[in-house]
Design a protein around this ligand. Structure first.
Ligand SMILES: NC(=O)c1ccc[n+]([C@@H]2O[C@H](COP(=O)([O-])OP(=O)(O)OC[C@H]3O[C@@H](n4cnc5c(N)ncnc54)[C@H](OP(=O)(O)O)[C@@H]3O)[C@@H](O)[C@H]2O)c1
Length: 334
């Protein structure tokens, strides 16, 4: 299977490292996964015989730009999508929750050129889910996006495949590791929000501009994707009632603890309503996971409650979800 990777940041390189490290094992179990093109903002390396992934990673990590690779060219990403012979486009550019771009254009162009798409990018899915899924169908290509919600945690495919036949009545969970880290720290060390945020930033868990995480937009985008893909709703971010964690105090956490609860930023889909807000969670609840962990609980008619816990971010962790989507497609192309 020939693959084009668009975006060679944390996740793009994480995937390349995994494909390189597991090359023999993957080939033995599923057949060849050959990366024929990689793009960043500076240019692209294209090699239909297979890009040397180790070399590409080295050049990118040493110089910050793919164009410094001896085989790289300055080409438009859309031309790579149109002209390089590949079966799948892996789209891993930054998530833009206002326009969904440039990912939306890249994904639609891939569909038009009969290329399957795997993405980790929340933006286009949280804003244009219906349009994208319909375009994929119209062009008869697969569109997979497990990595958009909960990083490594199997959640979309778990619900759609392993829980197939169940009616999913509700989904609730912690889908943002940064806020979970901050609340855990505030609870354990009785520090205020600003102090916990500062430490999360120093450790690289929170962005310099933490707004999307702490004000709940990141979680909102993820529950929109879950609502549409798992519960067959037709929602966008505008349909979510959102409240972040800036107003939570160590005193509120202390009082909650005294009554047997903790406070978590929960994303919830129930009876067609989408909510993101700090909620009281019983200390014994499986939703009370600590640190940067993510968790999701499905309430279903047959299986009843199903809970999945895992790492919501990280290079290899996110690559794990992308790889599972690639293998899913590979099995259907063989
Ligand atoms: N990091 C995680 O743990 C994680 C987990 C789950 C999902 N995700 C999602 O995965 C995606 C990638 O995340 P990341 O952490 O890898 O981001 P990142 O480190 O910022 O990397 C983004 C990459 O996209 C490239 N890019 C940006 N604009 C582009 C354009 N117009 N055309 C071509 N390439 C472009 C950048 O190029 P330059 O290198 O030239 O700047 C960079 O290589 C995001 O949508 C994110 O939300 C990330």
């Amino acid at each position: 299977m020939k693959i084009t990777i668009i975006g060679f940041g944390v996740v793009g390189r994480g995937l390349a490292k995994v494909l390189y490290k597991k090359k023999d094992e993957l080939e033995k179990n599923y057949g060849e996964f050959r990366v024929v093109a990689i793009c960043d903002r500076s240019g692209a390396i294209i090699d239909e015989d297979g890009v040397d992934l180790k070399e590409a990673i080295e050049v990118k990590e040493k110089t910050g730009k793919l164009i410094n690779h001896k085989k790289a060219k300055k080409v438009d990403v859309l031309d790579v999508i149109r002209n390089v012979k590949s079966d799948v486009v892996v789209e891993v550019t930054p998530s833009n929750l206002e326009t969904g771009e440039p990912a939306k254009t890249y994904i639609l162009e891939s569909f038009k050129n009969k290329k399957h798409v795997v993405t980790a990018n929340k933006g286009p899915l949280a804003l244009y889910y219906k349009e994208l899924v319909e375009e994929a169908k119209k062009n008869n290509v697969y569109f997979r996006y497990e990595a958009t919600v909960g990083g490594a945690m199997p959640i979309i495919n778990l619900a759609k495949e392993n829980l197939a036949g169940n009616k999913i009545l509700a989904i609730r969970g912690i889908l943002n590791g940064t806020t979970n880290y901050i609340l855990t720290k505030m609870e354990k060390e009785k520090v205020d929000f600003e102090t916990a945020l500062k430490e999360a930033q120093e450790l690289g868990y929170a962005e310099a501009n933490p707004s999307q995480d702490v004000d709940g937009l990141d979680t909102a985008a993820k529950i929109v994707i879950l609502a549409n893909s798992i519960m067959n709703l037709n929602k966008t971010i505008k349909d979510v009632k959102i409240k972040g964690i800036r107003k939570i105090t160590p005193e509120a956490l202390f009082l909650a603890n005294k009554r047997g609860y903790t406070i978590k930023l929960i994303g919830e889909i129930k009876e067609g309503y989408l909510i993101v807000e700090p909620m009281l969670v019983p200390i014994e609840s499986p939703l009370n996971v600590k640190g940067t962990l993510n968790v999701a609980m499905f309430e279903t008619d047959l299986a009843k409650e199903v809970v999945v816990v895992g790492r919501g971010a990280g290079a290899e962790e996110t690559a794990s979800a992308i790889l599972s989507d690639l293998i899913w497609i590979k099995k259907r192309l063989s």
